[in-house]
Design a protein around this ligand. Structure first.
Ligand SMILES: [Zn+2]
Length: 104
């Protein structure tokens, strides 16, 4: 059986013992990271090791030629900053409205 593709060189391995790892669901905390798309949570398959943590996703797998999803880190950082700004603006507008209501 030689038609079985050899495992990709990028295949994720446990950083502690080098065993194979399996994908596990990310925690809410993991998803809240602004760069969460770059990481997947894995757990080591070895019973002796029990390592679990975030591993960087291979950028080649994440962004196929042509992209299209706007997955650049800078673009996402920009959106993140924009979100913060928007939130700050809303909070500020709320304060102003509240003050306008309280002022006679
Ligand atoms: Zn391990």
């Amino acid at each position: 059986m030689s038609d079985f593709a050899p495992s990709s060189p990028h295949r994720s391995r446990c950083p502690q013992c080098g065993s194979r790892v399996k994908r596990v669901l990310r925690t809410e905390n993991d998803k809240r990271r602004w760069d969460a798309d770059d990481f997947r949570r894995y757990r080591c398959r070895s019973d002796h090791c029990n390592w679990q943590g975030l591993l960087m996703v291979d950028p080649e797998r994440r962004a196929p030629a042509g992209g299209g999803r706007g997955g650049s880190v800078i673009a996402r950082a920009g959106r993140f900053a924009l979100g913060l700004l928007l939130a700050a603006g809303l909070a500020w507008a709320g304060m102003v409205a509240l003050q306008a209501m309280l002022d006679p």
